[in-house]
Write a protein that binds this ligand. Structure first.
Ligand SMILES: NC(=O)c1ccc[n+]([C@@H]2O[C@H](COP(=O)([O-])OP(=O)(O)OC[C@H]3O[C@@H](n4cnc5c(N)ncnc54)[C@H](O)[C@@H]3O)[C@@H](O)[C@H]2O)c1
Length: 277
């Protein structure tokens, strides 16, 4: 028995990173998963590997027509949709006063508008399926500030707000809505050395969180990331995408049946406070 037997879940940004691990775990737990992303080749390869209970769809989360098409693909393939993981996201580093409006708006469009459109498109489907769950991917920076990621932090704070409002509006329709707030997680966003050579930043809209440059020796960059987080995070390490996937699973299955409207921090203790010694 899987924790998601018979469920049909759309996971955005599922071609790699946390979304990929969520898609893998959800299929393992019995769900059918719509692997949604803008990285078509990677997404298709993953869906093929996962088998009959996975299907890839090109979904730019900032486009309302893409959402409508994805809903149709899911219903045609699996008959219904009763789960959503809004995971797609992008990051840029910049001081607020140096951030071009266009860059700010690009981040808001994917991170914030993407979550809004996802809820808007899927909530009626989830209700029609008899209820279900939405998990939004916010961030540590959805609950506190971090210098040089102003647009990102603003969009992630907005996701926490949207999560609370959606939970209030959708509870009576049998839909629970929660958010995961990861700290530093070892994916291409925090460690671009993990990117396959063929995957360009332009394709995914991703960018380094820890500042490792493109073309840097992958092993050295990974070691630098590990050293950085060993000092910064109380638990002494960066998080793993699989760990966030397990939290998303908890929030998507009956183990969390009485929980809605909450942000869940998963950060190795980073947000707990500061150490004086
Ligand atoms: N890695 C971290 O340290 C960290 C920390 C906190 C929060 N997060 C959040 O976790 C989520 C997943 O990020 P990740 O760490 O796996 O990084 P990632 O860059 O590996 O994955 C992001 C995915 O989103 C996809 N994507 C980008 N723009 C899209 C669009 N317009 N439509 C659909 N898909 C799009 C990318 O193609 C990619 O597959 C993001 O929302 C990110 O902001 C990450």
């Amino acid at each position: 028995m899987g924790k998601l037997d018979g469920r049909v879940v759309v996971v955005t940004g599922a071609a790699r990173g946390q979304g990929e691990q969520e898609a893998r775990l959800f299929v393992e737990e019995g769900a059918s998963v719509l692997v949604a992303d803008v990285l078509d080749e990677q997404g298709r390869t993953l869906a093929k590997e996962l088998g009959a209970r996975a299907r890839y769809v090109h979904l730019d989360v900032g486009r309302e027509d893409d959402w409508a098409a994805a809903v149709e693909v899911a219903k045609e393939a699996y008959g219904k949709v009763d789960g959503l993981v809004n995971n797609a996201g992008i990051l840029r580093f910049n001081a607020l006063v140096d951030t071009p409006l266009d860059e700010f708006m690009r981040i808001v469009r994917v991170n914030q508008v993407g979550v809004f459109l996802g809820i808007k498109a899927l909530a009626p489907e989830i209700e029609a399926a008899g209820g279900g769950t939405v998990v939004n991917t916010a961030s540590y920076t959805g609950l506190t500030g971090m210098a040089y990621v102003g647009a990102y932090a603003a969009s992630k704070h907005a996701i926490v707000g949207l999560t609370r409002v959606a939970a209030l509006e959708l509870a009576a329709k049998g839909i629970r809505v929660n958010a995961v707030c990861p700290g530093a997680i070892d994916t291409a966003m925090s460690n671009p050395a993990l990117l396959a050579p063929a995957t360009t930043e332009a394709e995914a809209g991703g960018e380094a969180e820890a500042g490792a440059g493109a073309g840097a020796d992958a092993e050295a960059a990974s070691a630098a990331v590990a050293r950085f987080y060993r000092k910064l995070v109380p638990m002494g390490r960066i998080g793993r995408a699989e760990e966030v996937a397990r939290l998303a699973l908890f929030l998507s299955c009956d183990d969390s049946s009485y929980i809605t409207g909450q942000p869940f921090v998963i950060d190795g203790g980073w947000l707990a406070g500061v150490r004086a010694m």
